[in-house]
Design a protein around this ligand. Sequence first.
Ligand SMILES: [Zn+2]
Ligand SMILES: [Zn+2]
Length: 273
Amino acid sequence: MQNYICVTCGVQYEGSNNAPEQCVICNEERQYVHSNGQSWITLETMIKENYQNIISLEEEGLHSLTTSPAFAIGQTAYLVQNDGFNLLWDCITYFDDMTISKIKELGGINAIALSHPHYYSTQVEWAEAFDVPIYIHEDDKEWVMRPSDKIIFWSGESLELHKGLVIHRLGGHFKGGAVLEWKHGNEKKGILLTGDIIQVVADNQWVSFMYSYPNLIPLPAAKVQEIANSVTKLTFDRIYNAFHRVVKENAKISVQKSAKRYVDALNGELFNT
Ligand SMILES: [Zn+2]
Ligand SMILES: [Zn+2]
């Protein structure tokens, strides 16, 4: 039995003797099957190859985790150190003993929470190694490819994981799409870690919102407005996305003006071409 990993999205599947016929995550319009066709790898093979995880201090209480060379979608995960409670926000596929010992030096992990299915990666490997729960919104249950009793499917709109550390379901990119509000971060001005749910764009005073990023499918105007309205009550002045892009300050204003620009563009009120 092997736990096969899709090379395009980096999601690991439940144990099987043969590789799955297709990747459920990639055979869907929010992802894509590589033009060379479906391919699979295992964590054991990756460990024998040239990969390593880079863990970097971003600011007080916040470390980023990325894999080098980049693998699959190439996202960044974050370790949030919140008053003695360490949360792994989102996850990356590559995982080895070096990663475990570096994270233990930072105080280990108390829980894992995910923004959406594109970053489920090898979350069960991480949860088993640190013996911690994984929080996934129940609306995205169907996208879990490796079931585990470590997974807690939460419901409703918000869940406080620890004091000042709250996950919120915003939906949009995925129905259960969640963001993490870290009230104590950024000298208590607050940080929002958004995965792909609110996307920091090239001009990092702005954000965007999409149903599919690789296939450029927008969200309905009403949903974008709903997301913008939902975050007005949260505590944050800074946003981190899943690709090392940051809105450094006034991020709350950035979300509002970006949502307005998006809705105006959809309505044909922003430009004439
Ligand atoms: Zn895939
Ligand atoms: Zn995504």
